[in-house]
Design a protein. Structure first.
Ligand code: KDG
Length: 318
């Protein structure tokens, strides 16, 4: 049985060196990036047997993504599309620096995943997993991607596979009202919700502090667990009526993209090993801290490094 299956779009991330502008750079670093594959890589590196489902063109660019994810131990379950008529989504990332923010430009319209159907993904992948994870980015991509997300969550529920969903609201993909309606349609099929406090307030229209938000969402939609992330203020989780708080582990931030996915990866990996809520939050937070120290979307780390962060044992290893 697979430990974790994720589903979503993986793009090529193209970024100029730090301090250079997209307008003038001659150099772009190419890396794989996409919320659900970021989670898959993070969890695989922490020992979970992980599969990632997606749709890509059968082209050098599509295969480039698969090769990179596979190198981290993720098992791909890809519906291959015709290279002539489909494309890989890309995103450009221009690193910021005070006083200029980091800028993401998507070039992903009509990417292969926008035509995905549940039937073309490997049979039994979700039923054969202990945990299924996807995010609120996927239903924003197209009606077909939204339907497939709902179908996979439904199948997972019927099979007794635990289901998690990270809200991951992306303002460049849709507006808050449309997003909220789509999320609320999916919520009844979700066991564990990850939601940034800001999105809970601005997109889900929730009021109050993180604990109140978690209580409200759990009561209304019947989630088993709600994890509200609060950036540098840490995370709050509500599970079985108990509240758990987790601080952020200090980290020098080199690249913040993918921090939320690293948190989910650490949390789910530890849950799958039988860790309780408090331990899983520690793993999430420590994996997220390690992610921030490295370039790219992926949490390229190890169990030992995560344990060292939790035990407060950083420094020079020689
Ligand atoms: O969470 C990180 C993601 O935002 C990044 O990997 C790109 O999936 C991505 C998206 O759609 O923004």
């Amino acid at each position: 049985m697979t430990d974790l299956v994720t589903f979503g779009e993986t793009m090529l991330r193209l970024s100029p060196p730090r301090g250079e502008r997209l307008e003038t750079t001659r150099e772009l670093t190419v890396q794989a990036g996409g919320a659900e594959s970021n989670v898959a890589v993070g969890a695989a590196r922490l020992g979970a047997d992980t599969r990632w489902l997606s749709k890509l063109p059968d082209s050098p660019l599509g295969r480039r993504i698969v090769t990179e994810l596979r190198s981290h131990g993720v098992r791909p379950g890809v519906a291959w599309a015709d290279a002539e008529t489909s494309r890989v989504g890309t995103y450009y990332l221009e690193h910021g620096g005070e006083p200029r923010g980091t800028n993401v430009i998507y070039d992903r319209a009509d990417a292969a995943i926008t035509t995905v159907e549940a039937e073309e993904l490997p049979t039994g992948a979700v039923e054969d997993a202990e945990w299924f994870h996807t995010t609120g980015i996927t239903p924003a991509l197209s009606a077909a991607a939204a339907e497939t997300t709902a179908a996979l969550l439904e199948t997972a529920g019927e099979a007794g596979t635990a289901r998690s969903f990270d809200l991951n609201y992306r303002a460049k993909l849709w507006d808050p009202e449309t997003a909220r309606a789509a999320y609320e349609d999916l919520f009844e099929r979700v066991d564990t919700l990850f939601v940034p406090r800001r999105d809970a307030r601005e997109v889900l229209d929730r009021e109050g502090n993180a604990v109140e938000i978690a209580h409200g969402l759990a009561t209304e939609f019947g989630f088993d667990t709600v994890v509200v992330t609060r950036g540098l203020e840490g995370a709050v989780a509500l599970h079985d009526g108990s509240v758990y708080e987790q601080d952020v582990y200090e980290a020098e931030t080199f690249d913040a993209i993918g921090t939320g996915d690293a948190f989910v990866a650490g949390f789910v990996a530890e849950r799958l090993r039988g860790g309780d809520l408090a331990a899983s939050l520690r793993w999430g937070s420590a994996t997220a801290a390690l992610k921030r120290t490295t370039d790219g979307d992926l949490a390229v780390t190890t169990r030992e490094e995560v344990r060292d962060v939790i035990d407060g044992e950083g420094g020079i290893d020689r």
